[in-house]
Design a protein around this ligand. Structure first.
Ligand code: KIV
Ligand code: ZN
Length: 521
C-alpha cells in the first residue's frame, strides 16, 4: 500500500525571502488560489510577525482559499505565536509553525543561548501554540548541521508538548542525501511518540541537492515535503516542488509513495510564480523549463517521433504544458478567442483587465503573424502589474543611437495630473538615455540594480521581454514589459517599476515629486 506524501508549499514565505523580490498582497492571494487548484496540502502563507503586509495577505488567503491547511510561521517566542495565530485563525484549517535554531553555531552565535535554554524555549513555544490550535509544526532550524542526539532531545520536547508535525530542515543546503535519510531515520527511531506526528523535511539548494535531499528524507520516513514553486527562496532557493512532485509520480515504482497534487496545474503555477517574482527560469530547468520537452539532436528526434517514451520519461500534458490550441491568435482574433486561450493557460482576467490585455495583444499581433502562448504570458505579465491608479504612463519614446555620437532619447509621459510631460536626455547607451529622460520628467530618484532582456519566442519578429529592478528609499521594485522593440519595452518596464515604488510610498509623495519635477520642466 503506497503512502501519501503531504506537500507543504512555502513559496509565499521562504520563496518571498529570495533576494530582491517582494510580492504584492494581490499577487500572494492569486498564487494561493493557484496553489489551491494545484491541491497542495499546506500553504505557508507568510511570517506574520514580520510585517503588516504579510498579516493582511494571510488574512485574505484564510478568507478566500479553501482546502489546504494555512500555516503562519513564528519564532519560538510568545509574541510571534500570538501574532501568527491572529493571522491564521480564520482559515478553514489553521496551523502555527514554530522554529528555533538548533545547531551549535546558531545557538551560540545567533541566539546566544545554551542547549537547555533552547529546549525550554521550544517546549514553551509548542505548548503556547497548542493553546490556540491542535495543528502545530515544530522546526529545529539548521538540523542537518546540529548534533543528531540534540535534535532528538529537542524534538522529544516538542512531541511531549503536542507538536503534530516535526520538520527536519536542511537550512543551509549542507546535507548529502544519505545523511538526510539517516537523520530522519534517527529522529523516527529515537523520539518516543513520534508516530503521533508527521515527520517533514525542508531542504535548501546551496549545493544543488534540495530535491535529492527531500526525496532521501522521504525514503528515511518523512511524509511531508516542504518546498517552493520553481525552487525560489533564500540564497540558492528551496526544493523545487514541481521536481519533487514529478519525481514521486514518475518513480512511484521505486519510492512507493504518491501525492494528491493535480500535476496538470504545475505549469500554470510555475509561470505565475515566474511572472510575479520576476525570477526567470533557465531554459533547461527540470520539469517546467522551455527546453524540458524539446529534442534537438537527430537521434533523439528520430526516437521520439517513433515512440515518445524512447526519450521522454514524463508526459507534458501531466504537467499542464500547453501542446497547442485549435484557437490561433492573430491580428484578426477577437477578445472572445483571447479570453478562451487565456483560460486554457489558467488566467481569468476581469473585464477591465481583459480590455487592457486585448489592446496590448493587438499591438503585438500587428507586428507578428501569430501570437503564441509565450507572447500571451509576456503580455499578461506586463498588464497585470498595472494598477488602475498608475501615476505615470509612457506615451512616446524616441531614441537615436549608433557608433557615432552620443545616444539621445526623448520621452513623453502622461503624469498624475493627466497632462503630457516631455523631456530629453543623453546617456552612455540608449537605455541609459531613456531612463535619464524619464527621471527628468518624473523627478523620482532611484538606482537601477538589475536589467535583463530575453526573447519571448524564436524568430526575428520575437518580442523582447525586459525585467528591471530599481532601489529607492530602502525598497526594491520590479518592472516588466514586452514589446517587439526592446527599447520601448525597456522604457515601459522602467515606468512600471517607478509606479510600483510610488504605490508603495503613497501617492502624496509622488505628487510632490511630480510637482517639483514639473516646476523644473
Ligand atoms: O530553512 C529553514 O530552516 C526554515 C525554517 C523556518 C523552517 O525556513
Ligand atoms: Zn527555509
Amino acid at each position: 500500500m503506497a503512502d501519501k506524501i503531504y506537500i507543504f508549499d512555502t513559496t509565499l514565505r521562504d520563496g518571498e525571502q529570495s533576494a530582491g523580490i517582494s510580492f504584492s498582497i494581490d499577487e500572494k492571494v492569486e498564487m494561493a488560489r493557484q496553489l489551491e487548484r494545484l491541491n497542495v496540502d499546506i500553504i505557508e502563507a507568510g511570517f506574520p510577525a514580520t510585517s503588516p503586509g504579510d498579516r493582511e495577505a494571510i488574512a485574505r488567503i484564510c478568507r478566500e482559499v479553501r482546502g489546504p491547511v494555512i500555516a503562519g510561521l513564528a519564532r519560538a517566542v510568545k509574541s510571534d505565536i500570538d501574532t501568527a495565530w491572529e493571522a491564521v485563525k480564520d482559515a478553514e484549517t489553521p496551523r502555527i509553525h514554530v522554529f528555533i535554531s538548533a545547531s551549535e553555531i546558531q545557538m551560540a552565535h545567533q541566539l546566544r543561548k545554551n542547549r537547555e535554554d533552547v529546549v525550554e524555549m521550544a517546549r514553551a513555544a509548542v505548548a503556547h501554540a497548542r493553546r490556540y490550535t491542535s495543528d502545530v509544526e515544530f522546526s529545529p532550524m539548521d538540523a542537518s548541521r546540529a548534533d543528531a542526539d540534540f535534535i532528538v532531545e529537542i524534538c522529544q520536547a516538542a512531541i511531549d508538548e503536542g507538536a503534530t508535525t516535526i520538520n527536519i530542515p536542511d537550512t543551509l543546503g549542507y546535507a548529502i542525501p544519505r545523511e538526510m535519510e539517516a537523520r530522519v531515520r534517527h529522529v523516527m527511531e529515537h523520539v518516543h511518540g513520534i508516530e503521533k506526528a508527521r515527520v517533514s523535511v525542508h531542504c535548501h539548494n546551496d549545493l544543488g541537492m534540495a530535491t535529492a535531499n527531500s526525496l532521501a528524507g522521504m525514503l528515511g520516513g518523512a511524509r511531508q515535503i516542504e518546498g517552493t514553486i520553481n525552487g525560489i527562496g533564500e540564497r540558492a532557493g528551496n526544493a523545487s516542488l514541481e521536481e519533487v512532485i514529478m519525481a514521486i509520480k514518475t518513480r512511484a515504482d521505486y519510492m512507493g509513495t504518491y501525492t494528491d497534487i493535480k500535476t496538470e496545474e504545475l505549469y500554470n503555477a510555475s509561470r505565475m510564480v515566474e511572472r510575479y517574482s520576476g525570477l526567470m527560469l533557465q531554459s533547461h530547468k527540470a520539469v517546467v523549463g522551455k527546453n524540458a520537452f524539446r529534442h534537438s539532436s537527430g537521434i533523439h528526434q528520430d526516437g521520439v517521433l517513433k515512440m515518445r517514451e524512447t526519450f521522454e520519461i514524463m508526459r507534458r500534458e501531466d504537467i499542464g504544458i500547453p501542446i497547442g490550441s485549435s484557437i490561433v491568435l492573430t491580428k484578426v482574433s477577437g477578445s472572445h478567442g483571447l479570453r478562451s486561450r487565456l483560460a486554457d493557460l489558467g488566467i481569468t482576467p476581469n473585464d477591465t483587465e481583459l480590455a487592457r490585455i486585448y489592446e496590448a495583444f493587438k499591438d503585438v499581433a500587428d507586428a507578428k503573424d501569430e501570437v503564441d502562448d509565450r507572447d500571451l504570458l509576456a503580455i499578461v505579465s506586463e498588464q497585470t502589474q498595472i494598477a488602475v491608479n498608475d501615476a505615470w504612463t509612457l506615451d512616446l519614446v524616441q531614441v537615436s543611437s549608433g557608433d557615432h555620437g552620443a545616444p539621445t532619447a526623448s520621452v513623453r509621459l502622461i503624469g498624475p495630473d493627466g497632462a503630457m510631460h516631455e523631456d530629453a536626455a543623453i546617456g552612455t547607451g540608449p537605455v541609459d538615455a531613456i531612463y535619464k529622460a524619464i527621471n527628468r520628467v518624473t523627478g523620482l530618484e532611484n538606482t537601477l540594480t538589475e536589467f535583463s532582456v530575453k526573447s519571448v519566442t524564436e524568430g526575428i519578429d520575437a518580442q523582447g521581454e525586459v525585467t528591471i529592478r530599481i532601489d529607492t528609499d530602502g525598497g526594491t521594485y520590479q518592472g516588466r514589459a514586452a514589446d517587439p522593440d526592446i527599447l520601448v519595452a525597456s522604457a515601459r518596464a522602467y515606468v512600471h517599476a517607478l509606479n510600483r515604488s510610488i504605490a508603495a510610498h503613497g501617492q502624496a509623495a509622488a505628487r510632490e515629486a511630480a510637482q517639483e519635477a514639473m516646476g523644473r520642466v
